[in-house]
Design a protein around this ligand. Structure first.
Ligand SMILES: Cc1cc2nc3c(=O)[nH]c(=O)nc-3n(C[C@H](O)[C@H](O)[C@H](O)COP(=O)(O)O)c2cc1C
Length: 199
């Protein structure tokens, strides 16, 4: 075994103490469960618990991924923002599908969200740009707020006996999902409205 491989093998995969995850009593709505897990990650002191990787692909299927910050979660889905002329912005224009991955190392928890990406309004995008910590009052017409509308969400809880718990919430085809108009600021319970979730 090479020295490097030995070095990797010696590293712990997960922390000594892991939280419980009882699938039987988990909320059926993945947005509600996601908010619970995010709150838990914040309380546990996970750094940047709102950061996730976002994978996109161009029309030919060439993949790319990068880290992003989650901006919101409502009936439109998981929000993120970036420049329309960035690589990911161009890829999303060609192929509006993406996958997010959140990882909260101290808790041995991962959440995967995959589905279709929609552009949110110019007004919402401008508001997101203006709310950045480094905002200087200038406008950026290239800045775009997007929502990832899931076709599947999977919650993963590591276990020391390696019988890791995976809880999948498949959705109907995206086009069939009900959209709740005008709820962007009024949603407080984290619910995804009538989106079906199956255990
Ligand atoms: C923790 C973290 C958070 C980030 N958040 C964002 C973000 O919210 N929006 C963004 O456009 N880039 C963000 N970036 C930078 C991206 O990872 C990436 O480098 C950049 O957007 C260019 O990606 P692209 O060339 O694949 O489009 C973040 C990077 C890190 C490490």
């Amino acid at each position: 075994m090479s020295e490097f491989r030995r070095r990797l093998r010696a590293l712990p995969d997960f922390p000594d103490v892991l939280p419980d995850f009882d699938v039987a009593s988990a909320p059926a709505d993945p947005a509600v469960l996601f908010r619970q897990w995010l709150e838990h990650a914040i309380s546990a002191g996970v750094p940047q618990p709102h950061a996730c990787s976002l994978a996109t692909a161009d029309a030919a299927g060439n993949l790319s991924s990068r880290m992003l910050i989650l901006k919101d979660l409502d009936d439109d889905g998981w929000h993120f923002a970036t420049g329309r002329n960035s690589r990911k912005g161009r890829e999303l224009a060609e192929n509006p599908r993406a996958a997010m991955n959140f990882y909260w190392a101290q808790l041995g928890r991962q959440v995967r969200v995959s589905g279709t990406v929609v552009e949110l309004s110019a007004q919402a995008s401008a508001a997101d740009w203006a709310a950045r910590p480094s905002a200087d009052g200038s406008a950026n017409p290239d800045w775009q707020l997007y929502a990832l509308r899931p076709t599947g969400v999977e919650f993963f809880q590591a276990q020391h006996d390696r019988r890791h718990i995976r809880y999948s919430c498949p959705f109907s085809p995206v086009d069939a999902l009900p959209i709740n108009p005008g709820t962007d600021d009024t949603d407080t319970d984290g619910s995804l409205g009538g989106w079906p979730a199956v255990r």
